[in-house]
Design a protein around this ligand. Sequence first.
Ligand code: PLP
Ligand code: COI
Length: 339
Amino acid sequence: MDTINWSELSFGYMKTDYNVRSYYRDGKWSDPEIESSEMISLHMAATCLHYGQEAFEGLKAFRGKDGKVRIFRMRDNALRLQSSSRGIMMAEVPVELFEEMVLTAVKKNMRFVPPYESGASLYIRPLLIGTSAQVGVKPSKEYMFLIFVTPVGPYFKEGFQPTPMVIMREYDRAAPLGTGTYKVGGNYAASLVSGEKAHEMGYSAVIYLDAKEKKYIDECGPANFFGVKNNTYITPESTSILPSITNKSLMQLAEDMGMKVERRRVPEEELATFEEAGACGTAAVISPILRIDDISENKSYYYCKDGKAGPISEKLYHKLRAIQYGDEPDVHGWVTVVE
Ligand code: PLP
Ligand code: COI
């Protein structure tokens, strides 16, 4: 523990002191329990193992210059987990219980919240799983809700350096009327083959097109997509992408900066017209895109010609981080200070 090199952290798992758990039985959630074991005990026929009744969340806590720890938009994550629960027929975790357990998980692991200067943060991973035994395809009657935390650095190894991404037309992540808008494990399973192929080819992520027409930009494996042109922030509207809380925040910040914001379908050809492009999410923050290759069509779209992030991406990145770390006032009420 004494030897954590905070500024060298990547996005990975590190054991911390405690996790927090609540159990849904007989229609009620139990009082949260604090656990030091990293293990869970599960029935071999649990629905999470067989029928994918699993949803998760990702949010972060940041230590400010003032030493205070701030959690970013946790209510939004609580609401999104409820939406995921409705999407795959799981019991919903009440917002108050979600928030209480996030706060407990952070407070019990305070020594793992990275120092301000490191630029790292504490990643908070809530997980909801169906635990009752079923062999027929039916929703579980019982659920476990668990939150663990782990200190993290940048998701893409480049951090805020521009990184290349790829369109692979032979793979889809989510169907138009499927589960793409929910944060469920199956979507990530569906992205593994293309994601690993992309990594082997030197790309940091896949940019998926809409699965039906293969005409419109959907999102990246682990993040939403945005483009910038003519002082306008443009991001895809789609029924198969996750509603990103980071993206929603960036749309607000872009508007605050006097930019126009458009949430609409983004045809692939439009990639050629963007001055800047990026991936955004809790883990990715903003990852500026260097280049997008559509490999089967033999097309490439170039950004960051001087190898640096564009000025709008840079401004949005710094603004978002300043609010998260408490360097700038939280005018939108996005931050919860851990007391
Ligand atoms: N899209 C996908 C598929 C993701 O996994 C994530 C990460 O949570 C995002 C987008 C970004 O969402 P958020 O900004 O809420 O973290
Ligand atoms: C996040 O940004 O929180 C994510 O969940 C992305 C990825 C690690 C799945």
